[in-house]
Design a protein around this ligand. Structure first.
Ligand SMILES: *[C@@H]1O[C@H](CO)[C@@H](O)[C@H](O)[C@H]1NC(C)=O
Ligand SMILES: *[C@@H]1O[C@H](CO)[C@@H](O)[C@H](O)[C@H]1NC(C)=O
Ligand SMILES: *[C@@H]1O[C@H](CO)[C@@H](O)[C@H](O)[C@H]1NC(C)=O
Ligand SMILES: *[C@@H]1O[C@H](CO)[C@@H](O)[C@H](O)[C@H]1NC(C)=O
Length: 440
């Protein structure tokens, strides 16, 4: 077996047949590898290993995404962990494995080899590759280099759909230095293989789930130079369970209780304090859960929370308004416009609308607090309070003030029911809108 390395510098790159650069591997199986036979290759590590410099080096890339460590919405960074694999050819390395006890591949420390300067364009951190890694060198000059990488890459994160969001981050592999004339990039594995392996490996039950990886290979031009690059699109999805349980469920309960509190009779003194307590509780909930929300941007969930809060405030205002109306009706009822009177009369037929009435039916007549006038018997009860003025005629409508008070009470209940239905309508439609937006 001949080790016929061209000794003279002038003939180094002009002697073009790779069979000329055969390593004498006799004794590899008996005495171990003789470092002297590799020395010429090691000495050449500063230069791109090609025989004809007009031929670009083909570097094939693949990687395994082994963990998604962190997604920082505020800094717009994705931190992931990769096992990067680079494969290229060194035409100066070749030996005949049959001559050397079937040794077909060896490991060589990477300090002694030329390495392609592949980097990730989006990376926002210096490459922290551990020192002293080795690469496999095969008898036909293939070099396979694996290295672990912790990649902090910039990624445009859209948190509008939080916590049901998906992100699409790009990892672009490119050479720092070599243009297309000197280096071409290829795939060492099919992209679906990379995606499948990564999905199996990413076993972490963390917040993020790997959906898939796709690739594109546009060339990048910087000035007059053209660089080869491979872009991988990493699609990840947030696991929303934590947020559903901690944010959406309690919030929905509170808003449901707020809606149900309309069934507390408007005349009782309990409704307003109850709603205030609820509002207070909701504020405490928001304060405590604020740290679960993304630190920047306005996700839909924040809009939803703001909506719930405003609904609670509006329902409190409604209660104050109805309480005021009832108070007005029972103390000094103002004259009633004719149109309102006729409207009330046209609605006077038995109704089943009023929440207060429903509540009363449920509680049974015996439990009805005696000081609360119901919609059916407002006249008698209010009449007692208004006894001194009972005989007075109010306005030109010819109604006694008792009747007038009764009408106002009836009007208050109608308003209560009407506003409650409006509230429900608004609540339902906004919830539907939010759900539809989340599903798109
Ligand atoms: C290979 O090297 C061994 C000693 O290391 C030497 O004896 C042998 O002659 C060499 N073979 C060739 C073909 O140069
Ligand atoms: C080097 O490669 C170029 C392009 O493939 C070719 O034109 C040229 O003849 C080659 N040079 C030698 C010395 O083989
Ligand atoms: C790189 O991949 C291409 C096409 O997949 C293949 O033709 C070539 O031999 C590979 N090169 C190396 C060094 O593996
Ligand atoms: C990610 O974005 C790229 C380009 O914007 C697109 O080609 C690719 O299909 C997207 N991937 C997913 C899973 O949405």
């Amino acid at each position: 077996l001949q080790k016929s390395w061209p000794r003279k510098e002038g003939s180094l790159f002009s002697t073009g047949r790779s069979s000329t650069f055969t390593i004498n591997c006799s004794g590899f199986d008996k005495y171990g590898v003789d470092p002297a036979v590799f020395q010429t290759i090691f000495n050449q590590k500063d230069f791109r290993p090609v025989i004809n410099y007009s031929i670009p080096t083909q570097v094939n890339i693949s990687f395994i995404l082994s963990a998604i460590l962190e997604v920082d919405e505020q800094l717009q960074l994705l931190t992931s962990f990769l096992w990067l694999k680079l494969v290229w050819n060194n035409p100066f390395i070749s030996w005949d494995p049959e001559e050397c006890g079937a040794i077909s591949k060896l490991t060589v420390t990477t300090e002694n080899l030329w390495l392609p300067d592949i980097f990730i364009v989006e990376s926002m951190d210096v490459d922290q590759t551990p020192e002293g890694l080795s690469a496999y060198v095969t008898s036909d000059g293939h070099i396979v280099y694996n290295k672990p990488m912790r990649v902090t890459s910039i990624c445009s994160l859209d948190i509008f759909y939080f916590p049901f969001d998906q992100q699409n981050c790009t990892l672009t592999f490119s050479s720092f230095l070599y243009t297309v004339e000197n280096m071409l990039l290829g795939m060492a594995k099919e992209v679906w293989e990379i995606a499948d392996t990564s999905r199996d490996i990413v076993r972490t039950e963390g917040e993020w789930e790997l959906l898939g990886i796709t690739k594109a290979t546009p060339k990048m031009s910087v000035g007059s130079s053209l660089f080869d690059q491979i872009m991988f699109y990493v699609a990840i999805r947030r696991r929303p369970n934590l947020y559903i349980i901690n944010l959406l469920v309690p919030s929905s309960f509170l808003i449901a209780i707020d809606a149900l509190s309309f069934y507390l009779p408007a005349e009782s003194e309990n409704r307003a304090p109850f709603k205030i307590t609820l509002l207070l509780g909701y504020n405490v909930f928001l304060l405590m859960m604020n740290k679960l929300l993304p630190a920047s941007g306005t996700p839909l969930i924040s809009v939803y929370f703001a909506l719930c809060l405003s609904l609670m405030v509006v329902s409190l205002l409604e209660t104050i308004f109805i309480t005021y109306l009832l108070h007005l009706a029972t103390t000094r009822p103002p004259a009633m416009p004719r149109w309102l009177h006729s409207l009330l009369l046209s609605w006077a037929s038995p109704r089943t609308c009023c929440p207060t009435k429903l509540w009363k039916e449920n509680m049974g007549p015996g439990l009805t607090p005696p000081h609360l006038p119901g919609p059916k018997d407002p006249g008698q009860l209010v009449g007692k309070e208004l006894a001194p003025r009972e005989a007075e005629l109010s306005g030109d409508s010819g109604l006694t003030s008792t009747q007038l008070a009764g009408l106002w009470v009836q009007f208050s209940h109608m308003m209560d029911t009407f506003l409650f239905r409006l509230y429900l309508l608004f609540l339902a439609s906004s919830i539907i809108v939010v759900i539809v937006l989340w599903n798109t």
